[in-house]
Design a binder for this molecule. Sequence first.
Ligand code: ADP
Length: 602
Amino acid sequence: MKVLVINAGSTSVKYNLYEMDTEAVLARGVVERVGTAGALHSFRAGTAPKVEEAVVAPNHRAAIDAIIARHSQAGGVLENRADIRAVGHRVVHGGEKLVRPARITDDVKASIKECALFAPIHNPANLAGIEAAQAALPDVAHVAVFDTAFHAELPPSSFVYGVPYELYLSQSIRRYGFHGPSHHFMVASAAEYLKTDVSRLKLVTCHLGGGASVTAVDGGRSIDTSMGMTPLEGLLMGTRSGDVDPALGLLLARQGMSPEQVDELLNKKSGLLGLSGVSADFRDVEKAASEGNDRARLAIEVFVHRVKKYIGAYAALLGGADAIVFTGGIGENSARLRRMVCDGLVYMGVALDDAKNEAARPRDSGVGVVDVSQHRAPTKVLVVATDEERMIAREVVRTVVGPTAARTRVTGGTIPVGVSVRHVHLSRADCDALFGPGYELTMKRPVSQPGQFVCRETIDLVGPKGEIARVAIINPLRKETQIEVAKTDAFTLGINAPLRESGKLDDTPGITLRGPHGTVTIPKGVIMAHRHVHMSPDEAGQFGVKDGDVIRVRVEGDRETTFGDVIVRVRSDFALDMHVDTDEANAASLTNDSVASFDGRQ
Ligand code: ADP
């Protein structure tokens, strides 16, 4: 399946063309100076040398046509334009609505337009690229992948600014975070390299390039990130100031600067460039510093100070980290920068191996990851060759053809896997007691079954032996409160939870629930959910099973496992999905991207 990934700027179209069956890069390049008479297409096809040629590209549409035509020539990497099965579009801001990769519809385009409020340069350019590509390739799926989406599950304590809450409610003014595909790629690469499921990892991921951000990732979820409502917040960057006292903008405005001038000062004239007075390019600033330029040295010191500060802050939020991951032009290439950042982090288990650090070339390593920490260091330091476009292409495949596991050989009828993390279904009465009378739970993200969603609100479970904080609630409310935990959770709580089908709560133990408004102790309701597969009547027909049947399901990969005792649940509003809990998933190396295969009735 060939996938074209497009990153459209106001005067450029960057692209990567992948064969996603193997994830091979067929071609990558850029058309620059779009809209001028001097448009230039530079590209590499496969391993061939770089080519530069003038093209006629008065607009984005012409640029995309020129790209496709060039690669469809005799001997090119495409037979013809129909060879492209799907197009992925990098879109900077998805706001609160677009929190997953989305097939592009008129509604999606309207939302992208709305989010231009927060990304006035990028979103309109991204939209121009989408319109142009849709016109050039009208018959294929177009999918938007958002820089903000990886951070869609930030908790309110991280995403809310300390300004009147009405600003959030009325205009969605809040922190969003960016560089999503890169942070996501680092998480996936680190998990694979460390041979540990993402659900068990605490990571601090540092994307340090022209733009730069650090993210705290707990169990695969971004729980805080240094960029905010726009990509200006946080670290010092090439030309962006990062964190400043918000009063700075006001002071400059009072001195007569227009909003555009303040914008330009903070976004284009600050950062490494503004501080050093030399360049926005880290290499130039390093060189100037080594030649004795004090302002260049100061710029690097400020850069390092901020990265270190965010790592420390995020280690505090995560309660320690399993690994710090570096990527981006600076993070991947500057051993000196990594050395400076990691100096003094021994208190959190970081010990760099200088020889490995100096020698790290993740792009030449075969796996794209190099471990530069000392053998016994408890917190690993990994250097990753990020590939945001590849991550976007993977999301496109996932959106267009459904979840796939890259390394899973699937035979027979396939079933997507959903890993069910401990969660709670609440009754109206218990919801009232925990959150206040009549409280309406709010949506964080939908789950695989139509109409159900994970709520922004969480509660704490209090057992006789231990507590588990911030447990997810799944809406809608039910007749009876039900708590679904894995065996490991049951041990933590000190509760003997029986294996049960959902809703069968007789003779199950109770527990105490703690919410922001109050605490309730329920007499029964804690279970370990019996593994099961949801499916529609049509799908049941295809598998030759009916509601209540017990089947075997096989998963392949590095911990091949056959699950027996899997109960079939058929309902017209069910989506095909096998639910296992986190213990079951970890035992078989499963993630939400895995697929299983039907292995017959039991
Ligand atoms: P962008 O974020 O614009 O995509 P990159 O991720 O390519 O940019 O990062 C660009 C930054 O990486 C520049 O500041 C550049 O100086 C820096 N960089 C690239 N190679 C090196 C290197 N070998 N040593 C130090 N910095 C480097």
